[in-house]
Design a protein around this ligand. Structure first.
Ligand code: AHR
Length: 495
């Protein structure tokens, strides 16, 4: 008898896993944009029109569906007009007090999205900006021709308007975006969004600035006062094993207790989605408004010796398990959760990629995004799991989680993670509705040590390997998962 039993109903679809759940976020913060993505055309680092080639190629591999920019807190002090045509510098007050050159602006961001073949998600400035400024940015980007802003865009080298699908009306307006009360922000939201207009056939999905973690009142007020004027409402939640102000804990030097608490806090996103979702259901029972989790991921103390304002942290197998656990939860809520954006893509917080000069490495989190991309836009299959506990010092968590989806061509992908840092897990999975044997393959991401990570001298220390610790006989799948592992099993349709 296996410890864990699951039934996947291969012929019952519970919903569609919106590919935007696999979205990203890149802010003008530390070395996230400058160095990480943008090196400029004069750089010795190989680049395409200023965007570093190695990073671009690695990110393309992930099939990023949507990229959020320019912040974060930075968004509510960003004045877009300084970042087009003749650039004007500004002070980046939130992140290290650096001078922002504005070399990377709207044109460069849109070019990046075109190269990545992803949708841009731009966050506008409510905190320190004006309605006019926001309205003109939309006009600049999306109006065809003959207006002051569209003509300025053309003068600056972009003939055609861009397609802009996602637009956020402010960020964290309860905090760095203006320290507002929800009632005040809800009114401002109503006002600002009025001028976020659809021009030249462009249709904007408007996202209201949402709650911090468990501020359910914020969600309630926003839904009550403005649900009809929004397409999405955001939510921010970071996995922090320690205390936000007193010490979050190290990204690499942590104890078993910290491993457990990290997993526990990662799983908390499930409760948050349910509770915010219940409030949203009250005002929007049809679930039209998306819950947009546009900042999530681990947040640890910055790497020793780095600028604390740059939020640069290493990334271990622990981060990989946090990412995989989040995705399994997001899939479960795929009706309400229409988009999420991990913070952040390169060199900041739970990054996919770290760079040092001309060198770069892919983090364990990158590999999870790469393995899980098969779920993008796939049909979520009905899955039931009876699993035993991962116990640590009298506390428990479910040891494994599982998610299965079917692609349009019929391939079934099953991802499983074992968050237990000490014990392996054996799972027996019945694949109901699977009548014939299927050609199959497995991939695993795991490590011997809790803090295993990639360094610039050893960039492939943690990487996916082929996985064979499973058997498939008729419709019974038996899998042995090592401690701290993420597995992807693919059953091919055409076999
Ligand atoms: O991602 C880092 C910061 O975290 C963002 O700028 C802000 O929105 C959040 O507090």
């Amino acid at each position: 008898m296996s410890e864990h039993q699951a039934v996947i109903q291969t012929d019952i679809v519970k919903g569609t896993i919106n590919k935007n759940i696999y979205g990203h976020f890149a802010e003008h913060l530390g070395r996230g944009i400058y160095e990480g993505i943008w090196v400029g055309t004069d750089s010795d680092i190989p680049n395409i029109n200023g965007i570093r080639k190695d990073v671009l190629e690695a990110l393309k591999q992930l099939h990023i569906p949507v990229l959020r920019w320019p912040g974060g807190c930075f968004a509510d002090e960003y004045h877009w007009a300084n970042g087009v045509g003749d650039r004007k510098t500004m002070l980046n007050t939130h992140w290290g007090g650096t001078i922002e050159s504005n070399e990377f602006g709207t044109h460069e961001f849109m070019m990046l999205c075109e190269l990545l073949e992803c949708e841009p998600y731009i966050c506008g400035n409510v905190g320190s900006g004006t309605v006019q400024e926001m309205a003109e940015w939309i006009e600049y980007m999306t109006f065809e021709e003959g207006t002051p802003m569209s003509d300025w865009r053309k003068q600056n080298g972009r003939e055609e308007p861009w397609k802009l699908k996602y637009f956020g009306v402010g960020n964290e307006n309860w905090g760095c975006g203006g320290n507002m009360h929800p009632e005040y922000y809800a009114d401002l939201y109503r006002r600002f969004q009025t001028y976020v207009r659809n021009y030249s056939g462009n249709e904007i999905y408007k996202i209201a600035g949402g709650a911090n973690v468990d501020d359910f009142n914020w969600t309630d007020v926003l839904m009550k006062k403005a649900a009809g004027l929004m397409d999405g409402l955001s939510l921010h939640y970071y996995t922090i094993p320690g205390d936000f102000w007193k010490g979050k804990g190290s990204a690499t030097e942590f104890t078993e207790d910290e491993w457990f608490i990290t997993m526990k806090k990662a799983k908390y996103i499930d409760e948050l989605i349910q509770k915010h979702g219940t409030i949203m259901d009250r005002y929007d029972p049809e679930q039209r408004v998306g819950l947009i989790i546009d900042e999530w991921g681990t947040w640890f103390d910055p790497e020793p010796g780095t600028n604390p304002g740059f939020l640069y942290q290493q990334n271990t197998i622990r981060d990989a398990l946090v990412a995989a656990s989040h995705f399994h939860i997001f899939h479960q809520h795929c009706r309400r959760v229409q988009m999420t954006n991990i913070a952040q893509t390169v060199n900041v917080l739970q990054a996919m990629i770290l760079t040092e000069g001309e060198r770069m490495l892919l983090t364990p989190t990158y590999h999870v995004f790469d393995m899980f991309k098969v779920h993008q836009d796939a049909s979520l299959l009905d899955t039931e799991l009876i699993c035993t506990d991962y116990e640590w010092k009298g506390e428990t968590l479910p040891q494994i989680s599982i998610s299965a989806s079917k692609q349009a061509e019929g391939d079934i992908n099953i991802t499983i993670c074992n968050i237990d840092h000490q014990n392996q897990a054996e799972a027996e999975i019945e694949l109901r509705g699977l009548h014939k044997g299927a050609d199959h393959s497995g991939i695993i991401l795991t490590a011997e040590k809790m803090n295993a990570h990639n360094t610039f001298d050893d960039p492939h220390h943690v990487k996916p390997e082929s996985f064979r610790q499973y058997t498939l006989s008729k419709n019974k799948l038996k899998v042995k998962l090592p401690p701290m592992s993420v597995v992807l099993l693919t059953l091919r349709a055409d076999s």
